[in-house]
Design a binder for this molecule. Structure first.
Ligand code: SF4
Length: 494
């Protein structure tokens, strides 16, 4: 198809940007060949509209659009409306179940067990319901009589585009579009308090499962033994169903089952010394349906090999300069904490808005120098030093304009987590080595992106760890790394 023919499918009230029609043409051709594709372009290029026009031009429906968070679904829905594509934004049980306020985390297991007794579900079977005009799960929430979760299935069978988050059940489709696809290749992290094991043990005791309760209680004292509980997964699942039948509330067991399932599917966990919580890492994955379109503003070129991609459409972006300090590191037992403190003092003097990202381990040692440290709510018009966690609540999906953005330390995952994740990557047919660099590179690009999303933003970018230089090629085409070895050299850029 000629690129100019695609213009017929473009919204009549919008003019395509330079490169959009050409990109749509390649995407449409790749889909017709049933091949996978990476599409990367800077923020603001109009990636969503470009992909939707490509899909629409060859009527490649139904399509599924996977988003990291349903908050992003509105953006996809609004572009789909421009093209008169029939779409629906679908949500999981936690957002849609009528009983969720009572069931909490237990909603999934409870529903599996009790759907046949649930009047909201049975009402869907009893009488035809007029819900076809709904375009989002939210439209169904006003209905008092039916189960919105299962009502979605009725609507979805009649739409062209289903928008949903990565982890919801995936419907059969002709193509899967993974938005912000870099997220698929890094482990998803969950934090779990040790108290959850005590709660689970109490729930087991309450239904008379004393032996299992003792096993789980042992984990509360020694979380390092958590993998041994995988041997009891089936028994614990049966006990959880029992608890859901007989107890007023079930919290701990439901979380425990989720953790054990993640560990059994190749995930892993880590406990920082002295911390009262453990971090669970769900393994990376990619959708099984082919063809797949991986859309992102930050997929390094080296990652295409990992994804085994046949075609890529890369809209050129302007490389940004990133200065790499050669005298600082957060390498375990070689941490240059005083050096980091001096860097912060220097930056604080020179700049009004200093945005810093580091791990919790390092942050705990330098936080007294910050004006704001990982606040619950970001202050309006902040200035001074804003210190945030590299894998924290502000590391993705938010704009944080600043004069300087610095990553203090290479954000590698803990060594034992990397070791365990190697096996997951190998299961995906990938080299285990990527467990070392992929999470580090993606996290670094993500946190820098908080300050550089606008093409006009020109913050000074500092990568404060000499180890970044060893991974230089993986930052292509986004960053040009330049080493510098003293404040004197830095002063030329400030
Ligand atoms: S059938 Fe629907 S309303 Fe009933 S428990 Fe399941 S998700 Fe909730």
């Amino acid at each position: 198809m000629d690129a100019s023919l695609l213009k017929e499918h473009w919204p009549s009230n919008l003019s395509p940007r330079k490169g959009q029609l050409e990109a749509a043409k390649v995407i449409a051709k790749t889909l017709e060949n049933e091949e996978d594709l990476v599409f990367t372009a800077p923020t603001g290029f109009g990636k969503t509209l470009t992909v939707l026009v490509a899909i629409k031009s060859i009527e490649f429906f139904p399509a599924i659009w996977l988003v990291r968070s349903l908050k992003l679904a509105k953006r996809i829905a609004s572009d789909a409306s421009l093209l008169n594509i029939k779409f629906f934004s679908a949500a999981g049980r936690k957002k849609t179940c009528k009983l969720v306020s009572k069931l909490g985390d237990a909603v999934y297991l409870w529903c599996k067990l009790n759907k046949v007794k649930c009047d909201f579900y049975l009402n869907l079977l009893r009488k035809p319901v007029k819900i076809r005009s709904a375009t989002s799960w939210e439209d169904l929430m006003t209905r008092q009589d039916i189960c919105p979760y299962y009502a979605q299935d009725i609507i979805i069978s009649n739409v062209e585009l289903i928008i949903q988050n990565y982890h919801r059940k995936i419907y059969p489709a002709k193509v899967i579009v993974a938005d912000e696809a870099h997220n698929l290749l890094i482990p998803k992290e969950y934090r779990v308090s040790r108290n959850i094991f005590i709660t689970a043990a109490a729930e087991l005791s309450a239904i008379g499962e004393t032996e299992l309760a003792n096993e789980v209680e042992r984990i509360a004292q020694l979380p390092e033994l958590l993998p041994s509980l995988r041997n009891y997964l089936e028994d614990l699942e049966v006990a959880t169903y029992d608890a859901l039948e007989h107890l007023i509330q079930v919290k701990g067991l439901v979380v425990l089952i989720n953790i054990l399932k993640i560990l059994s599917s190749g995930g892993t966990f880590h406990r920082e010394l002295g911390c009262d919580y453990i971090t669970i890492y769900a393994p990376p994955w990619k959708p099984k349906i082919k063809p797949r379109i991986f859309v992102s503003a930050t997929i390094p070129e080296e990652m295409e090999k990992i994804l085994n991609i046949e075609t890529s459409v890369r809209i050129p972006i302007k490389k940004r300069l990133a200065l790499v300090t050669t005298w600082l590191t957060t390498k375990f037992e070689e941490e240059t904490i005083t050096g980091y403190k001096n860097l912060i003092i220097y930056l604080r003097k020179k700049f009004k808005k200093v945005l810093l990202f580091t791990t919790e381990r390092i942050a705990s040692q330098i936080s007294p120098l910050a004006t704001h440290y990982e606040p619950e709510k970001l202050p309006d018009n902040w200035h001074g030093v804003l210190l945030l966690h590299t894998r924290g609540r502000y590391s993705e999906g938010i704009d944080l304009p600043s004069d300087v953005v610095a990553v203090l330390g290479c954000p590698f995952l803990p060594p034992e987590v990397t070791r365990n994740l190697k096996r997951s990557y190998e299961k995906m047919g990938l080299s285990g080595n990527i467990a070392i660099w992929v999470p580090m590179v993606i996290t670094t690009l993500q946190v820098i992106g908080r300050s550089t999303r606008s093409p006009d933003a020109k913050p000074l970018i500092i990568l404060a760890d000499e180890r970044f230089l060893r991974y230089e090629k993986y930052f292509s085409p986004y960053l040009e790394l330049r080493p510098f070895n003293s404040f004197h050299q830095l002063s030329r850029f400030t």
